[in-house]
Write a protein that binds this ligand. Structure first.
Ligand code: FAD
Length: 394
């Protein structure tokens, strides 16, 4: 039997960072992953450039049954700490939008950074490793692996959520939590595109590929002002991904397709200047033409000149564009979701160390925990912060 101080399951963002930190603090660490590569989601992230943190990271950007839980870890290992690490590794980066930081070159640089840090910490990394069973006695945790047995005083679960099974996601972490009597909140896909009911999808099909700035609101009042993208399956783009984390099946979302310009005022001004201009050409000055054509078909307002447009028709059109109410059919689910909402109940964990209060030596970090960030680097920052907090306690 091989003995270690700590075994960490999951060589994703949280597991790699925790292993490196614990190793550098002198712990003998075994890091296990079922995949053939470490950090597979990192490699896929940010369109291959990894949006590794967000300048505006703050607890309000995270969803959890206990919104206070993430505060301690985020305050102790901040976005500035990770940026400092990225700088020390000489990785060039840039801010894209809304505080989102990306590598200039490739997400591989973040994986290399983490592997280098693991190397400094003398971490034993074992890929293609299946954990067949986990048991606990006075000596700590014993893991039956494919072909060997390993034991450690402390066990860290960093196996992530259910999103993107194609990248190795499994319910392993939730099962271990259940095995040790810890509560796991129901999970659902987050940061995921909406699908639409067939008739609406059919009506919108000419819009596939069209992107517009938007202001989207959920029934609980949450609002995001970001781009909306029409797809052949439904609605996507940053605004939709963000809002999907706040949406429940059956609910409506309200979309303002012209958040920067009051279209009623715009039409009035245009009417004064060009009364014989067609409605279509007027709206196409400020909205994508394909969107205008499609929405005219959807509304009962016929094509006409501005002087022919009566106030009821104008009101109807403006309402449709500023307050378009859509009831999504569902989401694309874990197959394309960037994150998993829900997970291990934070009330059973210490927010300082991530250790299960009633199961000494058992820790949960990263996405497996019921803490989910917005789109834009917030989820990786939670992985780094929770991993760092845990590593200090190992
Ligand atoms: P993961 O990174 O998912 O790592 C879990 C690891 O555990 C995996 O390597 C998995 O193979 C392993 N594992 C699972 N089950 C087992 C098992 N039974 N045995 C052994 N190993 C197991 N967030 C951002 O902040 N910025 C982004 O740009 C961004 N882009 C994303 C793009 C995509 C396509 C996706 C899917 C997600 C993106 N995210 C992004 C979210 C981010 O990737 C996750 O929040 C983050 O990776 C969570 O880290 P983690 O270590 O908790 O889990």
């Amino acid at each position: 039997m091989e003995k270690f101080d700590v075994i960490i399951i999951g060589a994703g963002a949280a597991g790699l960072f925790c292993a490196a930190q614990a190793g550098q603090r002198g712990k003998r660490v075994l890091l296990l992953d079922n995949g053939k590569k470490a950090g597979r989601k990192i490699l896929m992230s940010g369109g291959g450039r990894c949006n590794f943190t967000n300048l505006h990271t703050e607890p309000a950007a995270y969803l959890s049954q206990n919104p206070h839980f993430c505060k301690s870890a985020l305050a102790r290992y901040t976005q500035w700490d990770f940026i400092d690490l990225v700088n020390r590794h000489g990785i060039a980066w840039h801010e894209k939008t809304l505080g989102q930081l990306f590598c200039d070159d490739s997400a591989q640089q973040i994986v290399d950074l983490l592997l280098k840090e693991c190397e400094i910490g003398k971490v034993t990394l074992r890929l293609r490793s299946e954990v067949l069973s986990v048991s606990r006695d006075e000596a700590g945790y014993t893991l039956e692996l494919n072909g060997s047995v390993a034991q450690a005083e402390k066990l860290v679960i960093a196996s992530g959520g259910l999103s993107m099974p194609g990248l190795g996601a499994t319910p392993f972490g939730y099962k271990i939590a259940g095995q040790f009597g810890l509560t796991v909140f129901p999970t659902r896909a987050g940061l995921v595109p909406f699908t639409l009911h067939k008739p609406l999808l059919e009506q919108l099909k000419t819009l596939s590929g069209v992107a517009v700035p938007s202001l989207m609101s959920a029934e609980d009042g949450t609002i995001f002002k970001e781009a909306l993208l029409f797809t052949h399956r439904g609605l996507s783009g940053p605004a939709v991904l963000q809002l999907s984390s706040y949406w429940q099946p059956g609910e409506f979302v309200t979309i303002n397709l012209s958040p920067e310009r009051d279209l009623g005022d715009f039409i009035n001004q245009e009417r004064k200047a060009h009364p014989n201009q067609s409605l279509k050409n007027t709206l196409a000055k400020v909205l994508p033409r394909r969107l205008v054509e499609c929405l005219q078909l959807l509304s009962s307002v016929p094509e006409c000149t501005l002087k022919q447009l009566n106030s009821r028709q104008q009101g109807e059109l403006v309402e449709a564009l500023h307050r378009w109410r859509v009831q999504p059919n569902g989401t694309e689910g874990y197959r394309t979701a960037e994150v998993t909402l829900g997970g291990v109940d934070t009330s059973v964990l210490s927010s300082k160390t991530m250790e299960a209060r009633d199961v000494p030596g058992l820790y949960f970090i990263g996405e497996v925990v019921d803490v989910t960030g917005w789109l834009g680097g917030y989820n990786f920052q939670w992985a780094w912060s929770s991993a760092w907090a845990c590593a200090q306690a190992l």
